[in-house]
Structure formats: structure tokens, C-alpha cells
Design a protein around this ligand. Structure first.
Ligand code: F0G
Length: 363
């Protein structure tokens, strides 16, 4: 019998993989959970749905990072650099994912982690993560923007390192997702679609694409296309939204810290930033899970909602490649996921009752 060949599997984090592009040195203690290297999944159903066959649409599924969101790319950098600089505590404001990620990386190097969370507006899975990774969770009566203001003030006057994306190391780490996409496709895509909340990620991707091209590792630059939720769309409206509202709690932000970075990404790339409604987001969220087998959170689905909106207007040139970043895992938000009238009551354990339900489900 032929012996099966053993394939060595070594999963490394983004700092080791892309260290020549990152502000690290031999002295930097690398705090990693082997983040990054997430799959670029080719869409099966979207092209048919939109009646366009000649677009190649990919999902960069960041929900498969160690804590279930893209934040891990930035956090491995922010926490490693904080440790290198001698910090013993970190702090962030968060709609949930940043806090989960900060708490996880802090726990690996015995750092204290403080997270400020807007009351009532965080997905349960994210809150669960922050607690269980051992952060001190402080819930504030106010929204994300208010919490971030507080964090900025406190960290400016106390020996605590801020790990929101105003910390430039966060952007450095997050730009590696653009590198991975270029490595996988052999070049940058024609369009890159991404949800926009605090606007750090669109800023980071654009930086990543530009750097890769500058080093001759890709030839093209994509048009950067951002989507905000209609009730939390300050960049689209061109003014601060004092009371942002959306079911996509991750992007419920009215005054993004990296506003300028998002504008630059949009304008330098010749892209756009637009909004999608909560209904469009909900529909795309279900479509992604039910037809593509990719379960991402509502904020992530804003990309696909936006893609459909633009495709209806015939925005995309034929024969082009589109990448949609799906920023976080659907498992983060079980409450939203179970809000769709699914039948969850038990039936009698008989053939009849089970077959009755199957029959009823056909109609
Ligand atoms: N998608 C998800 C799942 C997010 O958690 C966030 C941001 C975004 C998109 C938007 O990214 O802020 O870089 O424009 N979440 C932050 C947090 C605000 O606190 O977890 P952005």
C-alpha cells in the first residue's frame, strides 16, 4: 500500500508572514493567535441572482479569524507593539469585535484590558467573548462615539495604551488582508467592497493595496467601495450622525475616527461610499448563509447588499473581479440570527408529526 505523504502544516500569524511590510523588529515580542490567512471564497449564487455571468465575486471571509473577526489582524500588531513599549494595560471603545479581540490578545501576555461598550447595542457573542477572555467590561450609557471620546481622553492622561484604530499599528496589521487577496488572486481585484463603521478597515485595505503595488507585488489598484448602514451613514451624508441606528450594531457609528482615511480611499481609487438599508442588509445576511453557505454577521452582509444595489444600476464593468470583505462571523449575534420566525417549538417524537412539518415546509 502506498504510504500517504505527510504534509507539513504550519500556520503562522500575519506579523511573521508579512514582517517586511510591518513596523516590527527582532525586539518586538510577537503576540499572535495565528490570525490571518483567511479564505477567499468564490461566490456560487450571486452572479446568477444578479443576472450577470461574467463577474467573478469572492468573499474574503474574515469571520474565520481566531476571535471571529478581522480585528485580530490589527490587534496582534497593537498588542505586540504595546508590549514592546512596556505597556501593561490596553483600552478600547467597541461595538463588540474590537473588545473581543483586544481581550483575547491581552490575555496572552497578561495585560490588563479595559473595554467600553455602548449599553444594549452589542451582539451577545461579542460581550461573552470580552468577559470570558478576562477583560474588564465597562458598559456606558451612550453610543460608540461617546465611548471612544472617553477612551481617547483617559488613555491620553493615564498609562494605558489605546487599541482602537486611531492606534496606527491597528491599521498596519489590518492592511495585510489586502496582501493576502493579491497573493491569492495574483493581482488586486478590480473592485473591493467593504463595510464602513469607524472607517479603519477601508483605510487599512487601501494602504495595503498601494504598498503591494509600490513593491511590484501587484499591478492594479482596486476601486474601493464602502457601505454604511442607512441609519448610520455619516460619510455618505457628509455630517456627523448624532443618534446612529441600525440592526448592524458593529457599524452603528455616527462619527468615524478614520473619516479622512475613508474619503482618501474612495477618492484616490475612484470608488464610492454609499449606504444600504437594514432590510437590504437582512436580506443579504440570509442570502449569504442560505445560498452561499457563508455565515457572516449583519455588518458584513452590508457589502453584499451594496453589491446588489450597484449591480442593479449596472455599475460593474463586465469580466471583472470583485472582492467583498465579510468582516465577522454570524455566530457572534445569535439574537439577530434567531429573529426570523424560525419554528423552534418541539413536536411530539413521532413519524407523523415530523412528516407533517416536512410537508408543511414544502409550501
Ligand atoms: N464589520 C464588523 C463586523 C465590525 O466589527 C466593524 C467594526 C466593521 C465592519 C467596520 O469596520 O470600523 O474599520 O470601519 N467594528 C468596531 C468594533 C467599531 O468596535 O468592533 P471599521
Amino acid at each position: 500500500m502506498r504510504r500517504l505523504k505527510k504534509v507539513p502544516v504550519k500556520k503562522i500569524g500575519i506579523i511573521e508572514r508579512y514582517e517586511e511590510f510591518l513596523p516590527v523588529s527582532k525586539k518586538t515580542p510577537i503576540i499572535s493567535l495565528n490570525e490571518g490567512n483567511t479564505p477567499l471564497i468564490l461566490s456560487e449564487a450571486l452572479g446568477t441572482l444578479m443576472g450577470v455571468k461574467n463577474l467573478r465575486i469572492y468573499f474574503k471571509f474574515e469571520g474565520l479569524n481566531p476571535t471571529g473577526s478581522f480585528k485580530d489582524r490589527g490587534m496582534t500588531m497593537a498588542v505586540s507593539k504595546a508590549l514592546e513599549e512596556g505597556a501593561t494595560a490596553i483600552m478600547c471603545a467597541s461595538t463588540g469585535n474590537t473588545s473581543a479581540s483586544a481581550a483575547a490578545y491581552a490575555s496572552r501576555c497578561k495585560m490588563k484590558c479595559y473595554v467600553l461598550i455602548p449599553e444594549g447595542k452589542i451582539a451577545k457573542g461579542k460581550l461573552l467573548q470580552a468577559f470570558r477572555y478576562g477583560a474588564q467590561v465597562i458598559i456606558v450609557k451612550g453610543n460608540f462615539d461617546k465611548a471612544l471620546e472617553l477612551v481617547k481622553t483617559i488613555t491620553a492622561t493615564h498609562p494605558i495604551q489605546i487599541v482602537n484604530s486611531v492606534n496606527p499599528f491597528r491599521i498596519e496589521g489590518q492592511k495585510t488582508a489586502a496582501f493576502e487577496i493579491c497573493d491569492d488572486l495574483g493581482d488586486a481585484p478590480d473592485y473591493h467592497i467593504i463595510p464602513v463603521g469607524n472607517a479603519g478597515n477601508i483605510t487599512a485595505y487601501w494602504k495595503g493595496y498601494k504598498e503591494y503595488r509600490k513593491h511590484g507585488l501587484s499591478k492594479k489598484l482596486p476601486k474601493m467601495i464602502g457601505f454604511q448602514a442607512a441609519g448610520a451613514a455619516p460619510i455618505v451624508l457628509n455630517h456627523v450622525v448624532e443618534y446612529p441606528e441600525t440592526i448592524a450594531t458593529a457599524i452603528r457609528i455616527g462619527n468615524p475616527a478614520s473619516w479622512q482615511g475613508a474619503i482618501e480611499a474612495r477618492d484616490e481609487s475612484g470608488g464610492l461610499i454609499d449606504s444600504v438599508t437594514d432590510d437590504e442588509i437582512s436580506w443579504a445576511y440570509r442570502f449569504l448563509a442560505e445560498r452561499e453557505g457563508v455565515f457572516s454577521e449583519p455588518a458584513s452582509a452590508a457589502t453584499v447588499a451594496g453589491l446588489i444595489k450597484l449591480a442593479k444600476k449596472k455599475y460593474f464593468k463586465p469580466k471583472t473581479k470583485i472582492v467583498c470583505t465579510l468582516t465577522g462571523s454570524g455566530l457572534k449575534d445569535p439574537e439577530f440570527g434567531l429573529s426570523f420566525n424560525d419554528r423552534i417549538e418541539a413536536v411530539e417524537p413521532t413519524m407523523k408529526s415530523v412528516l407533517n412539518l416536512i410537508e408543511a415546509g414544502k409550501s
